[in-house]
Design a protein around this ligand. Structure first.
Ligand code: MG
Length: 408
């Protein structure tokens, strides 16, 4: 599923009475907007984020939006919420997006778990919103008694049939497009929908509700800000956003040994009576390191990027795969801090080759040789590895946010 996310932050927060737009108010060291964005940014299920901002902010957006490792587009919000969302929808990669998720920037406490549940639920339902069952008794009021300030209750609503609706909400891209077009065609331009599920309902699409989160509050008033500060206080010290923390990845690979093949390890050919077999050059070390690097960035694995069904990688030089993985994570904003690997091979003896391989790898992937560690191990003649039938490698990679990103 390819999901495009719209972060609705077009409002000016007139109800807040603050000098700055409410989405730029700080909560525990990050603005409300950044908190909402950081959660979207860390969701692998979300391929791109379109952020609708007030015009002045869209013209001069905060650095965390422009330096994100996700695909981010910024649009000028409109007068009404649905205008903001319509502007953002125009920037959705509709040719690729099966679904569009919409979230209010003013709900900075929606957890990744909630996003995950809403997205997963959209596999069964074309339109899904988060919502909470009210725990309070809900009453409808009508006019006032003559001369009185406060309203009168007309009836008590059945609580079991009510939900208080939150975001995130997710829709099939074409349904949302239809609903937006229908709303745009509506004669009443003052008619403001307070969420997108309403537009879908008006267009006749059924909308499902999954349980939201009580802490997923919408920060609209000064009072909400106090509640938000209290929520953060309870959560204890604020951890640095995921995007600033180092990342570790693990890789493993095994290739069988056979006579008549070349024995290539870390791009270096080692003279030996048997060699490693596989679709590519079977460089078991490069493969494990590639997986460790991709794994640290949560960017999939070697099979996803270099499928062995693809003739382009047949007999490929695996150093090129490793270099490509380093480029991919670099494009995502990471640098390789260090690599460590254990190579399990009964024969050949690896010790004489370890430093040659380390220097070769360092040179090929642009990492200091002191950051690359390789250890040869035998398997004490136990099992397939011990019988010299295969070579296996365990590898770890540590990545850090590239320095030019961490000050964004
Ligand atoms: Mg392999």
């Amino acid at each position: 599923m390819w999901v495009s996310a719209i972060l609705a932050a077009g409002g000016r927060g007139a109800r807040m009475g603050a000098q700055v737009p409410k989405q730029l108010l700080e909560l525990g060291g990050r603005t409300i907007l950044q908190r909402s964005f950081d959660t979207l940014e860390q969701m692998d299920a979300i391929a791109e984020v379109i952020v609708a901002l007030p015009g002045d902010l869209a013209a001069n957006p905060p650095a965390f939006l422009t330096s994100s490792r996700k695909e981010v587009r910024i649009v000028d919000g409109g007068d009404r919420r649905q205008d903001s969302v319509a502007n953002a929808f125009n920037k959705v990669t509709t040719a690729r997006a099966d679904r569009v998720l919409i979230h209010d920037a003013a709900r900075p406490f929606a957890t990744p778990n909630l996003f995950h549940r809403v997205i997963e639920s959209s596999r069964q339902h074309n339109a899904v919103t988060a919502g909470l069952r009210p725990t309070d008794t809900v009453k409808q009021v009508h006019g006032r008694q003559p001369g009185a300030e406060i309203p009168l209750v007309s009836r008590t609503l059945p609580r079991e049939s009510l939900y208080l609706i939150q975001t995130p909400q997710i829709f099939l891209t074409r349904h949302l497009g239809d609903a937006i077009a229908l709303a745009r065609g509506s004669a009443d331009a003052t008619d403001e929908a307070t969420d997108e599920a309403t537009l879908l309902e008006r267009a006749g699409f059924p909308v499902a509700v999954v349980d939201g989160e009580p802490t997923n509050i919408k920060i609209t008033t000064e009072q909400d800000m106090r509640v938000a500060e209290a929520l953060i206080g309870q959560a204890g010290p604020v951890p640095p956003p995921l995007s600033l923390l180092p990342r570790i990845g693990i890789g493993y690979d095994l290739h069988r040994l056979e006579p008549g093949r070349r024995f290539i390890l870390g791009g270096i050919e080692i003279k030996h009576q048997t060699g490693l077999i596989g679709h590519s050059d079977a460089d078991v070390l490069c493969h494990a390191l590639t997986d460790a690097i991709l794994g640290a960035a949560a960017m999939g694995d070697i099979g996803r990027h270099f499928p062995d069904t693809d003739p382009a990688w047949k007999d490929a030089d695996s150093i090129q795969l490793l270099r490509h993985a380093v480029r991919l994570v670099r494009d995502a904003g990471f640098v390789v801090v260090n690599l460590d690997a254990v190579i399990i091979a009964e024969l050949p003896k690896l010790a004489p080759h370890v430093d040659t391989i380390r220097h070769h790898l360092a040179d090929k992937i642009g990492v200091d040789v002191r950051a690359i560690s390789l250890k040869g191990k035998t398997n004490e003649k136990v099992g397939e590895l011990g019988r010299n039938e295969a070579v296996a490698v365990h590898a770890v990679a540590l990545l850090a946010v590239a320095p030019e990103r961490s000050f964004a």
